[in-house]
Design a protein around this ligand. Structure first.
Ligand SMILES: Nc1nc2c(ncn2[C@@H]2O[C@H](COP(=O)(O)OP(=O)(O)O)[C@@H](O)[C@H]2O)c(=O)[nH]1
Ligand SMILES: [Mg+2]
Length: 264
């Protein structure tokens, strides 16, 4: 690990983990979070949103029994977008003025130690930093070809028709936000339900598009090392549904970029 990652930082970061049937992935992921807390980010805390899992996702969090790891449970499976709404609303309410909010997949394919590099970038003057598959130095292991094609397609589509300065990866869920920018968004859109209106995985892209409408919002990216080979369970993303959602979202945003998407 490069020595810069070992620098201890005391920023308060709340990490949102949307989790649906992730009993196998959570133990190694939470272990990696514990190491990141020990080595670099002692004020990193986790909120797992257990979205009506049928497996032992919630029990894994309870068994960990650490005060830095919270559990919020939905009574039934409500989908990734609802888990993100719950997670963002909770994290914004719990964050101090200068707090930070991160989100990543709970499938053990995203690496918590990369938060150090993302934080360094954020502190260089950004409001949102995306762990990106499209920055020089990014690596990917174990991704099926059709999924790679899908991510590249989404990147090209949004960079072409709804470009945002500094953004190439519009769909990756691994991000670090200033709590302040999410707070501004919730104020401007009036509620979390108006801010995140997409129902599927496209909610990640909707969040970036909407934040880009806030005056002076600045976006950056760091190269990601995506370890899809460590993902213990099949993807929950429905590719065809997601292609349609992304296409519709792009047009809605492009046709009326000045208007808040939720007003349309
Ligand atoms: N809360 C919630 N999370 C979900 C749901 N479906 C997927 N996820 C989570 O969303 C993240 C992304 O899903 P994943 O299967 O990793 O998609 P992929 O990495 O794009 O193949 C993971 O953390 C999942 O546990 C859902 O219905 N509810
Ligand atoms: Mg994933």
């Amino acid at each position: 690990m490069p020595s810069c990652y070992k620098l201890m930082r005391n920023e308060k970061i709340i990490l949102i983990l949307p989790a649906y049937n992730e009993e196998e992935a959570l133990p190694p992921l939470l272990q990696a979070v514990a190491e990141t807390r020990q080595n670099a980010l002692p004020n990193l805390t986790v909120t797992v949103i257990d979205d009506g899992s049928q497996d032992n996702t919630a029990q894994v969090v309870r068994d960990l029994n650490q005060d830095w790891c919270k559990l919020i449970q939905h009574p039934k499976n409500m989908g990734l977008a609802q888990a993100m709404r719950t997670g963002i609303a909770h994290a914004v309410a719990a964050s101090p003025e200068d707090g930070l909010i991160a989100a990543m997949d709970a499938d053990n394919s995203h690496q918590p130690h990369e938060l150090s590099l993302m934080l360094e970038k954020l502190n260089a003057g950004y409001d949102v930093v995306i762990a990106s598959r499209f920055q020089p130095g990014a690596r990917m292991a174990g991704i099926p070809p059709h999924r790679q094609l899908f991510s590249i397609g989404v990147s090209v589509l949004f960079q072409t028709f709804t470009p945002i300065k500094g953004v190439k990866d519009f769909s990756c869920g691994y991000r670090l936000y200033r709590a302040g920018i999410l707070r501004r968004a919730l104020n401007d859109w009036g509620s979390i339900d108006n801010f995140v209106t997409e129902q599927g995985f496209s909610c990640m892209t909707e969040i970036i598009l909407k934040l880009s409408q806030l005056p002076n919002a600045k976006f950056g990216e760091t190269p990601m090392d995506l370890r899809y080979d460590r993902k213990p369970t099949a993807t929950k993303m429905k590719v065809w549904q997601n292609i349609q959602d992304m296409w519709r979202l792009m047009w809605r945003h492009r046709l009326s970029p000045q208007k808040k998407i939720s007003d349309q």
